[in-house]
Design a protein around this ligand. Structure first.
Ligand code: F6R
Length: 613
C-alpha cells in the first residue's frame, strides 16, 4: 500500500523525505508528493515514480525542517497529480498524508459539502483533512485534538501524519490497522510506514499500536494517546535490528535478483538455533509455548493470500503427511466473509511476509473471536499480524523489497517444514530414524540451494527462447503442485504473460485444449512419488506439440529424452522438493521480465503490502 515518511527536527527535511520515499517506493509507486513547512506551506506532487517528483522539485523551494512525504498506491481516484498526497485543507492550513481507506468518506464528504467545503481530488484522504479543518474551525482545538476527534468519526483503516502551518513545532500521527513507526532521535522525530527510512538516523523506535495518536514536538518531547479513550499510553521503545545494507541492492541489478540469491542464507537463518540434526531436535519458541494445544488440534486452518497462500498449500502436504494433522488452506479474503465454522479446537495459522495484509488480519480477528488459537508465520518483526497472534515464529528472511515475493516464500516453507517435522515426531508419526534423516537433509538444503542457483545462465537461455509466448502453463504434482501455482504467479506479475498453474493430472480436464506448438509448459518433476505419472503428463503435452521445460532431479535420463529443455537440480527428500524446485521458476520469470523490459521490482498495479481489502 502507500508509503509514509515525515520529519521534525533540526535537519533539512527534504533529503530525508526523498530518501525515505525511495526506500518505501516498493509499497506503491503511482504518484509521490511532499509537503514542507518553512513559514509557508509548500506542497509538491507528481504522478509516477519518486524520480518524477525529484525532477519537479529541483526548481522549487525545498527548505524546511518540518515535512512529510508520501508514495501512493491508488484506491480512491486515479493516479494523477491531484489525487497524489499530501492533501491540503480548504484554508491551506493543514496537510495530511494517509495510508489506508476511509470507508465512510462519502457520508462525511456530503456533510462537509453542505457546510461549504469544496474538494479538488477524488480521494477519501482529502475528506479527512477537511473534517479536521472543520473541527478546528468550529471548536478552536489544537491540531492533535482536532485530529483525534476527527478520527473518532471515521470508519476504516489509516496511518496518517498531519502538519499545521500555525503550529510548526508539532507533527501529529495516528494509526488504525495500518502500520506506522515513530523514530526517536536526538531532538528530532521521524514517522514512517516501516523502519526503512529511519534506520540510518536512529535505532530507537516505537511501533504505534492500533487506535493510537502520537504528537512529536520539536523540543524533543512526544506523547501517545488512545484515540477513543483519550488517555495517555506508555510507549514501548524498541531497538531496531535492521541494517542499511539489508535495504540496498548489494551489486545486483534488482532487489528481486538479490533476494533470489539470498535464499541459501535466508533459509539458513530461518533454521539457525532452531534445528540440530546431530542432537536430533527442532525448537520453535512459539510452538513450545502452546505445544499441547497445537499438538492436539483437531485441525489446522491456514489463512493467507498470494504467494503466502501457496506456502500454505505446501504446508497442507507437510502437516498431513508428516504430522497427520488435517489441514484446510483458505484464502483469507474468502474465510473472513463466509461465516466459517471455527472452534477452540482449531489452530489457525496465518502466513504473511509483511504481517500487514488486511484480509489476513481480518480473518485472524474472526478466528480469534471464535476461540481458535492463532499462530503467525511472519517476516516483518513487530507487524500487526505478529502482534495479533497468540504465538508464532518469524522467518528471519530480512527485508523483502522486490514486490514479487521470493525469499519470503522459501522462508515460510522452511519454517512450516520445521513445524511439521517437530509435530510429526512428537506425535509419534515419524520414527526416530526418519526424523534424523530428514533433519540431516534439511541442514543440507542451503548448500543445495547454492547449487540450484548455478542454473542461472541456462535458465536465462530458456527465457530467451520463450519470452515472447503470450501464455504459459505450469504443472506439478503433490508437493510441487503449489510450486506450479507459484511459478505461474511469478511470471504473471512481473512479465505480464498470462500463466496458469495446475496439478499435472488436471491438465486433461481442460487446459490441454490450450496446448499447441506455441505453448511453453513448465513441468516440475523432482518428485519421487508419482514420477511415472508426470512422465505420462509430459508425453501428453508433447503429443500436442507443447514446448516442455522440465525441472528434474540431477541425472534424470527419462525426462531428458522427452523435454525440450531441462533444468537439473540436486536430489532431495520429497517433502523438501519445493524449496529447490521453486528457484529455477523464480529465475525464469525474472529473466523473461528483464528481456521484456519490465520493471522487475515494481511491476505495474502491484504494491508490496496490501493493507486494504
Ligand atoms: C506475490 C506476492 C503477493 C503476496 C500477498 C500476500 O509475489 O508478493 O501475492 O504474497 O500479497 O502478502 P503477505 O505475505 O505480505 O501477506
Amino acid at each position: 500500500m502507500c508509503g509514509i515518511v515525515a520529519y521534525i527536527g533540526k535537519r533539512q527535511a527534504y533529503p530525508i523525505l526523498i530518501k525515505g520515499l525511495q526506500r518505501l517506493e516498493y509499497r506503491g509507486y503511482d504518484s509521490a508528493g511532499v509537503a514542507l513547512l518553512n513559514g509557508a506551506m509548500h506542497v509538491y506532487k507528481k504522478k509516477g515514480k519518486v524520480q518524477e517528483l525529484i525532477n519537479f522539485a529541483k526548481t522549487q523551494d525545498c527548505e524546511g525542517t518540518l515535512g512529510m512525504g508520501h508514495t501512493r498506491w491508488a484506491t480512491h481516484g486515479k493516479p494523477d497529480d491531484i489525487n497524489a498526497h499530501p492533501h491540503t485543507s480548504g484554508d491551506g492550513r493543514l496537510t495530511l498524508i494517509h495510508n489506508g481507506i476511509i470507508e465512510n468518506y462519502a457520508t462525511l464528504k456530503t456533510a462537509l459539502m453542505r457546510l461549504g467545503h469544496t474538494f479538488t481530488s477524488q480521494t477519501d484522504t482529502e475528506v479527512l483533512v477537511h473534517l479536521i479543518e472543520e473541527l478546528q474551525r468550529r471548536e478552536h482545538l489544537p491540531i492533535e485534538e482536532a485530529v483525534r476527534v476527527a478520527l473518532t468519526k471515521v470508519v476504516g483503516a489509516y496511518a496518517i501524519v498531519v502538519m499545521d502551518k500555525t503550529e510548526p513545532n508539532k507533527l501529529v500521527a495516528a494509526r488504525k490497522a495500518s502500520p506506522l513507526v515513530l523514530g526517536i532521535g536526538q531532538d528530532e522525530f521521524f514517522f514512517a510506514s516501516d523502519a526503512s527510512p529511519i534506520v540510518e538516523y536512529t535505532k530507537k523506535v516505537v511501533y504505534l499500536e492500533d487506535e493510537q495518536i502520537a504528537v512529536a514536538h520539536r523540543n524533543g518531547a512526544y506523547e501517545l494517546r488512545n484515540i477513543f479513550k483519550n488517555q495517555i499510553e506508555e510507549p514501548f521503545v524498541q531497538q531496531l535490528n535492521l541494517t542499511i545494507e539489508a535495504l540496498e541492492k548489494g551489486g545486483y541489478d534488482s532487489f528481486m535478483l538479490k533476494e533470489i540469491h539470498e535464499q541459501p542464507k535466508t533459509i539458513g537463518d530461518c533454521m539457525r538455533g532452531r534445528l540440530n540434526a546431530e542432537e536430533g531436535w527442532i525448537k520453535l519458541g512459539g510452538l513450545e509455548e502452546y505445544e499441547q494445544r497445537i499438538g492436539n488440534a483437531q485441525r489446522f486452518i491456514i489463512a493467507a493470500c498470494g504467494t503466502s497462500w501457496h506456502a500454505g498449500l505446501v504446508a497442507e502436504y507437510l502437516f498431513e503427511e508428516l504430522a497427520r494433522i488435517p489441514v484446510e488452506v483458505e484464502y483469507a479474503s474468502e474465510l473472513r466473509y463466509r461465516n466459517p465454522i471455527i472452534t477452540d479446537k482449531d489452530v489457525v495459522i496465518a502466513i504473511s511476509q509483511s504481517g500487514e495484509t488486511a484480509d489476513t488480519l481480518a480473518a485472524l480477528e474472526l478466528a480469534k473471536s471464535q476461540g481458535a488459537l492463532i499462530y503467525g508465520i511472519v517476516n516483518v518483526v513487530g507487524s500487526s499480524i505478529a502482534r495479533l497472534t497468540h504465538a508464532g515464529s518469524y522467518i528471519h528472511a530480512g527485508p523483502e523489497i522486490g514486490v514479487a515475493s521470493t525469499k519470503a516464500f522459501t522462508g515460510q516453507v522452511t519454517l512450516l517444514t520445521m513445524m511439521a517435522l517437530s509435530l510429526g515426531y512428537k506425535r509419534g508419526k515419524i520414527s526416530k530414524t526418519q526424523y534424523h534423516k530428514l533433519l540431516t537433509e534439511m541442514e543440507n538444503l542451503p548448500s543445495k540451494m547454492e547449487q540450484v542457483l548455478k542454473v542461472n545462465e541456462q535458465v536465462k537461455y530458456i527465457a530467451s527462447e520463450i519470452k515472447d509466448a503470450p501464455n504459459a502453463l505450469y504443472l506439478g504434482r503433490g508437493y510441487n503442485f503449489p510450486v506450479a501455482l507459484e511459478g505461474a504467479l511469478k511470471l504473471k506479475e512481473i512479465s505480464y504473460i498470462h500463466a496458469e498453474g495446475y496439478p499435472a493430472a488436471e491438465m486433461k480436464h481442460g487446459p490441454i485444449a490450450l496446448i499447441d506448438e506455441n505453448m511453453p509448459v513448465v513441468v516440475i518433476c523432482n518428485n519421487k512419488s508419482a514420477y511415472e505419472k508426470i512422465v505420462s503428463n509430459i508425453q501428453e503435452v508433447k503429443a500436442r506439440k507443447g514446448i516442455v521445460i522440465a525441472v528434474v532431479t540431477e541425472g534424470d535420463t527419462i525426462i531428458k529424452e522427452l523435454a525440450d529443455y531441462i533444468i537439473e537440480i540436486p536430489d532431495t527428500e520429497e517433502p523438501f522438493a519445493p524449496l529447490l524446485s521453486v528457484i529455477p521458476l523464480q529465475l525464469l520469470s525474472y529473466h523473461i521480465a528483464v528481456m521484456r523490459n519490465c520493471n522487475v521490482d515494481q511491476p505495474r498495479n502491484l504494491a508490496k503490502s496490501v493493507t486494504v481489502e
